[in-house]
Ligand binder design. Structure first.
Ligand code: ZN
Length: 70
C-alpha cells in the first residue's frame, strides 16, 4: 500500500515564508510565528495611530466649518 502523500497531501502554506505546512498549522516554525506576531502588532499600532490622526483631522475640519471666522 502506497499513499500518494508527496503529491496530494492536503496542506497549507506558512503565512510568513510560504513553506508548505500541515493543515491546521499557520506557520512552519516558531520563528515565523514570532515574525507574524510582530508584524501584526505593528500593523495594529499603525492603524490605531492612523485612526486617531484621522479623527483629529476630521474634528479639526468640522470645528473650522462650524465655527464662524471670529
Ligand atoms: Zn515559515
Amino acid at each position: 500500500m502506497s499513499k500518494p502523500e508527496q503529491r496530494i497531501v492536503p496542506h497549507q502554506h506558512c503565512k510568513v515564508c510560504g513553506k508548505a505546512v500541515p493543515l491546521g498549522r499557520d506557520f512552519c516554525s516558531n520563528e515565523c510565528k514570532g515574525k507574524n506576531e510582530k508584524t501584526r502588532k505593528r500593523t495594529k499600532t499603525i492603524s490605531r495611530i492612523y485612526t486617531v490622526v484621522l479623527l483629529v483631522v476630521m474634528t479639526a475640519l468640522m470645528l473650522f466649518t462650524i465655527l464662524p471666522p471670529r
